[in-house]
Design a binder for this molecule. Structure first.
Ligand code: SF4
Ligand code: FES
Length: 358
């Protein structure tokens, strides 16, 4: 049995610079209690975090949010990450990616840009984003390519846009995307409130899979099936505190962004070194390895493959993060997922509630 004290070096750091955001997406999975994150880390604190992360073995740094471009010091933060040897990826809505800002980021050493888009045309994309933004995103994608960056186009899929997958892939090809990430909605934060309006039907999923297959020869597409429809859960984050860590805008350290809602003791870069937090803090060790597992995971031959699924999803659905992920058909709580999927297969268009601007 794996010992929870054994741990790898983290590979990726998700640096959530701010939860402020110009968009108001109905599928937003960021926390609802944004006031708790308003006291953002300073430039100097981020500098220390990045140095400590590189010392710990982190290789990739994803600068995210919210909208990371809203941080006035984003160029400086990118420069520090670059100087300590991290591969830097800017995860952005592209609002605020002006030519001067892009040129500064290029000079600071930014390696990669990931731009999110909500659909393949302005009417639907802007309706989902909550503000007119489609054309600015297209312009920014072209700028990213012009400046020589690799471009990933990210689209969060749900009931309202999943029928447009073929057109979204055509658009990505037109703007010169090197990679397309079709991510299914994660039902946390505001997205949880809209779950019934966002969960696609099985027929929609099958049509989308066909569109992805058809584009497979000409585009590099990462497509992950929404796990509500799977027999087994996803190996979330490659296992709890196994290869990834998240630092939130106020300096809290988590195994994944959604873990902020779990009733676990806090760990913060403001009070402890990142190396200690990664190796020993209660939040990181709570579900590391397999010691914590209940049945049926404890005796299941897949326990080292999916690690019992997603702790945040287990908590969201059952109120107990230590239960088997209810997505698993072996879970005693599987009916919680099956009933939602059955409802999504019935006709109807529950209305979407946009996230209020913040
Ligand atoms: Fe994975 Fe647990 Fe289901 Fe086995 S019982 S497949 S380990 S979630
Ligand atoms: Fe937190 Fe899956 S999102 S463990």
């Amino acid at each position: 049995m794996a010992d929870h004290r054994q741990h790898n070096a983290p590979f990726g750091l998700l640096a959530e610079l701010t939860y402020r955001c110009p968009l108001a997406c109905a599928y937003c999975s960021n926390p609802l209690n944004l006031a708790d994150y308003a006291d953002e880390l300073t430039t100097g604190e981020w500098r220390r975090v990045l140095i400590e992360a590189a010392d710990l073995g982190v290789l990739q740094c994803h600068l995210s949010g919210g909208e990371p471009l809203l941080r006035r010091d984003v160029v400086e933060i990118v420069g520090v990450a670059h100087d300590v040897g991290l591969y830097t990826n800017l995860v952005t809505s592209a609002l605020g990616l002006t030519r001067p800002k892009a040129e500064q980021l290029r000079a600071a050493g930014l390696d990669h840009v990931q731009v999110s888009i909500q659909a393949d045309g302005p009417a639907l994309s802007d309706a989902i984003a909550g503000i007119p933004s489609f054309q600015r995103k297209i312009d920014a994608m072209r700028l990213v390519k012009e400046l020589g960056w690799p471009l990933t186009v990210n689209v969060v899929l749900h009931r309202r846009n999943i029928d447009r997958v073929a057109e979204v892939l055509d658009l990505a090809e037109t703007v010169g995307a090197d990679r397309v990430e079709l991510a299914n909605t994660q039902y946390y934060g505001w997205a949880w409130r809209n779950r019934d309006a966002l969960l696609p039907s099985r027929a929609q999923l099958e049509a989308a899979e066909e569109a992805v297959r058809a584009a497979g020869d000409r585009l590099n597409v990462l497509y992950v099936v929404p796990d509500y429809y799977s027999r087994y859960p996803k190996p979330c984050m490659g296992g709890w505190a196994s290869r990834q860590l998240t630092v939130t805008p106020n300096g809290d350290v988590l195994p994944c962004p959604a873990a902020q809602s779990l009733p676990l003791p806090r760990a913060s870069v403001r009070t402890d070194p990142l190396a200690w937090i990664w190796a020993e803090s209660p939040v990181m060790t709570a579900f590391r390895g397999t010691d914590w597992m209940p049945d049926p995971c404890r005796s299941c031959e897949r326990r080292e493959l999916d690690f019992g699924g997603c702790r945040c999803q287990a908590f969201q659905l059952t109120g107990d993060a230590a239960r088997t992920d209810p997505v698993c058909h072996l879970s005693p709580d599987h009916a919680l997922v099956a009933s939602v999927v059955a409802a999504a297969d019935r006709a109807g268009e529950p209305s979407l509630v946009p996230r209020p601007h913040r």
